[in-house]
Design a protein around this ligand. Structure first.
Ligand code: FAD
Length: 411
């Protein structure tokens, strides 16, 4: 696969900082058609971008856009620029931030809540140290504080075990449900077709896929096929089975005491603890409580049949953490919980690449617990790959994912 330089990558669609003021009007039909299987956030943006470049697009999902089983379901997702040494994802998120803001304005809805992001760093801080030069170089606003100064700035937090913090005032969270609904509405408004069905890849003959087989038995055909099946990708293609695993993740929403505003998104940032405890969370908003989740990969599950019931042991872990880090919330009532799954890929790298045997089929997945924020750019990468404009970044190739998987599993 040809390599993609950083400059090329930043230029995906339009150069960072010079994004078109409004959505490109739906291009004149290219006469080409595409089917996107999966209406999670990767599939939605892929469908939207392909459509905007002139493809007649059919989107298929077994349970609907951003459904509750999907990895894109639920309320909120963190968006931040601190990405350790990961240049590809750092460049991507800078562009994604601009695209989210541009499209929410265009669609007249609020998706991006810039309440700030606070990152807790442990004594082992090589990841965070690697992030700082990139933040500086790109002129991302950020503040670094030691634990004492952090405690003065956020007296709601107990910084025990935290060495120093990074605060990004322009980061925040995205409304996941609103985002999925808004992209889907725009796609439909622009003439996109939606089919609610379980779909399987057709046969590969002479180097091309011959269609998509729906649960009804009918077959849909197009010039190009994109499989954005999230945690189901390992069930969709045997070659992805070992490298995309659906891992079980629990999420909790706790109620803040009446009259207390200091944990609301007007006064409190989203936060990530990258120390001894790998937890993250969001402030309370008008509609939701204080969110907290364990970022450690849980057991592998089947995303279709897994019961979405939390476990006592995981809840206790979250409560213990809440008591340690946010003592005023120690007795906060649990308002709501979710069981979701990451679609974990080797080294948390996305997989956006051509099917190894079918030149007209593409894979877009492996969001690995951090994909939502990047999804507008994923849509652009898929659009450019399918239409033959540009190869996806090598960092996201199937061969690299397979190599990485094999190197982890050497005996
Ligand atoms: C608890 C949790 C917290 C997260 N937090 C963050 C965060 O803070 N920030 C961030 O950036 N990212 C976060 N992520 C990651 C992010 O949400 C995911 O990477 C992203 O949503 C993946 O989207 P997707 O479209 O690839 O998969 P999905 O959303 O799962 O979409 C796949 C879709 O394909 C459909 N489908 C699958 N197979 C078939 C088939 N055969 N036929 C028809 N339809 C099919 C499914 O119904 C589903 O709708 C988090 C994820 C989880 C689970």
């Amino acid at each position: 696969m040809a390599s993609t330089t950083r400059r090329d990558f930043l230029k995906t669609g339009a150069a960072v900082g010079t994004i078109a003021a409004s959505t490109p009007a739906i291009a004149k039909s290219s006469g080409q058609s595409a089917i996107v299987v999966g209406a999670g956030i990767f599939g939605l943006w892929s469908a939207f971008q392909l459509q905007a470049s002139g493809y007649a697009v059919t989107l298929i999902d077994a349970w609907g856009p951003g459904n509750e089983r999907s990895s894109s379901g639920g309320e909120s997702r963190i968006i931040r620029a601190t990405y350790g040494p990961k240049r590809t994802y750092f460049d991507m998120v800078l562009r994604a931030m601009k695209l989210w803001k541009m499209y929410e304005k265009e669609w007249g809805t609020t998706i991006f809540h810039p309440c700030g992001m606070l990152w807790f760093t442990s004594p082992n801080d090589s990841y965070e140290q690697a992030a700082l030069p990139m933040l500086r170089e790109a002129e991302v606003q950020f503040e670094v504080r030691n634990a004492t100064d952090s405690a003065t700035r956020w007296p709601q937090i107990n910084f025990e075990g935290v060495s120093w913090t990074i605060y990004e005032p322009d980061a925040g969270y995205l409304d996941a449900r609103t985002a999925c609904a808004a992209i889907f509405a725009a796609f439909r408004k622009n003439g996109g077709k939606f089919v609610k069905a379980f779909a399987k890849p057709g046969q590969v003959r002479s180097g091309a896929m011959d269609g998509i087989v729906l649960s009804s038995g009918s077959v849909l055909k197009a010039d190009a096929y994109v499989f954005a099946c999230g945690p189901w990708l390992g069930q969709t293609f045997d070659f992805l089975k070992p490298i995309i695993r659906a891992t079980r993740q629990e999420v909790y929403f706790f109620g803040t005491p009446e009259g207390m505003r200091s944990f609301d998104d007007t006064e409190f940032p989203v936060w990530i603890d990258n120390g001894e405890h790998i937890y993250y969370g969001m402030p309370a908003s008008n509609s939701k409580g204080f969110k907290i989740a364990n970022d450690v990969r849980g057991p592998v599950i089947d995303p279709t049949s897994e019961p979405r019931t939390i476990t006592e042991a995981e809840l206790k872990g979250a409560r213990d953490y809440l008591e340690l880090r946010f003592p005023q919330l120690a007795d906060a009532p649990l308002l709501e919980s979710r069981v979701c799954q990451y679609e974990a890929a080797p080294r948390d790298r996305f997989i956006i690449d051509r099917h190894p045997e079918a030149s007209n089929a593409w894979i877009a997945g492996g969001g690995s617990g951090h994909g939502f924020k990047h999804s507008p750019v994923v849509g652009e990468i898929v659009r450019d790959a399918v239409s033959g404009i540009k190869q996806p970044p090598e960092d996201m190739s199937l061969s690299l994912a397979l190599e990485t998987y094999k190197s982890f599993n050497k005996t």
